[in-house]
Write a protein that binds this ligand. Structure first.
Ligand code: NAD
Length: 390
């Protein structure tokens, strides 16, 4: 379906669109980038040049490759310029009505065979596709930020998507040097769903006064082997993004208490304390501020890490149970999309499913909240003495 000669169109030249354009052009595609804001296009072209120059300086690519990549990309001022594209990836503002209108306009411009993809993080592919006369050609191709560096790409067919399209897109994006997984069109797809407890359980521990933020961060890094602690990571992502993703997933799952957002994070958002980018989030980044010290108590650290880990495993197991993706793809997504030290289902096998069920059941018994209900697949595997990987 796609060849190395396929022309790729990108709509939206912001952080994601520009990164995806660089990835496709590096893979030798002719790429056309359109943005409704001309200033954004000018900024994107400058950012691309600077990003490639840095790669040459670091000897990651040759000067010849830089010239080739730049000659592969055209920044265009009209949507009509995308008429000859074989694949278009939309990366505009996260707004369903605007995306629907862009997809519907696109169909009037492109050929009947052109594939239309969205890089949306949280909207339903099926509802975007519903704006099209040919919803069978619409699919989700979800890159992670920064698209040039993060290996993972989630491929998400909507319910009307042609049955062979996910595999064709997977094959194409694999040739771009990415790691691809296929996920069902459900809120948060894989990564943005399975990762929720990393933040929300840490927030619960903090709000209940079980541990302070630096201690929770320390436990997850030192004992758990995660690259960053939950509070450091939320401050880096920004509460305007991280809180909103949590709230969106929660609402889209019909207010399932598993995903209930935390008030302490909401207050930060309300105050405009968005994290590193505003100089204050959970921590202060103002000049001269000193990071609070963790209480490096191994027993407390292990308790914190175990509680967050079993909640992450529970969500990964539920994602598997509901057939959103295979066990292998769920583990691949979390290791390649958010750098987890190990796949969560593999981790469950190593810890012992009985142990995971025991820890979760203790939480459920203590809190008597539906939030801590044990995934049915963990209960089944516990009874059957089964593992995710044999
Ligand atoms: N930033 C992330 O971490 C991230 C990660 C994965 C996916 N996404 C998704 O990617 C998409 C883009 O995110 P981003 O962070 O690059 O946003 P951004 O704000 O950096 O860029 C969006 C660009 O789209 C342009 N735009 C807006 N409406 C348009 C229209 N109607 N036609 C053409 N161009 C239009 C804007 O001018 C802007 O340049 C969103 O759907 C987002 O959910 C973002």
């Amino acid at each position: 379906m796609f060849t190395i000669k396929s022309t790729v169109g990108i709509i939206g030249s912001g952080a994601m669109g520009n990164g995806i354009a660089q990835v496709a052009a590096t893979a030798s595609h002719a790429v056309m980038v359109y943005d409704s804001n001309e200033k954004a296009l000018i900024k994107a072209e400058a950012a691309l040049r600077s990003s490639l120059t840095k790669l040459v300086e670091k000897q990651k690519i040759s000067a010849e490759k830089q010239t080739e990549i730049l000659s592969n990309i055209r920044f265009v001022k009209s949507l009509n310029d995308l008429a000859s594209c074989d694949l278009i990836i939309e990366a505009i503002v996260e707004n369903l009505e605007i995306k629907k209108s862009v997809f519907s306009n696109l169909e009037k411009i492109v050929s009947d065979t052109c594939v239309l993809a969205s890089n949306t993080s949280s909207l339903s592919i099926t509802s975007i596709a519903a704006a099209c006369a040919k919803p069978e050609r619409v699919i989700g191709i979800h890159f992670f930020n920064p698209a040039t560096l993060m290996p993972l790409v989630e491929i998400i067919p909507g319910i009307a998507t042609r049955s062979d399209l996910a595999l064709a897109c997977k094959k194409l994006i694999d040739t771009w040097g990415k790691v691809t997984v296929i996920a069902k069109d459900t809120p948060g797809f894989i990564v943005n769903r399975v990762a929720r407890p990393f933040y929300s359980e840490a927030l619960r521990l903090y709000e209940e006064g079980i541990a302070d933020m630096p201690t929770i961060d320390w436990a997850m890094k030192e004992i758990g082997g995660f690259k960053m602690g939950p509070f450091e990571l939320m401050d880096l992502i920004g509460h305007d993004v991280n809180y909103v993703v949590t709230e969106t997933v929660w609402k889209q799952f019909y207010y399932d208490p598993k995903f209930t957002p935390a008030l302490s994070q909401k207050r930060l958002l309300e105050a405009g304390f968005l994290g590193r980018k505003t100089g204050r989030g959970f921590y202060s980044y103002a000049e001269g501020s000193v990071m609070p010290e963790a209480t490096k108590n191994k027993e407390l650290g292990t308790q914190i890490f175990t509680r967050i880990l079993v909640m992450l495993i529970n969500e990964a197991a539920d994602t598997f149970y509901h057939k959103i993706a295979s066990a292998g793809d769920i583990d691949l997504a979390m290791t390649k999309g958010v750098n987890y030290p190990k796949g969560l289902l593999k981790w469950a096998d190593e810890l012992g499913i009985d142990n995971v069920v025991k820890q979760l059941t203790a939480l459920k018994d203590f809190y008597e909240e539906d939030r801590y209900r044990v995934s049915p697949v963990l209960k089944q595997y516990f009874v059957l003495k089964k593992k995710f990987y044999s």
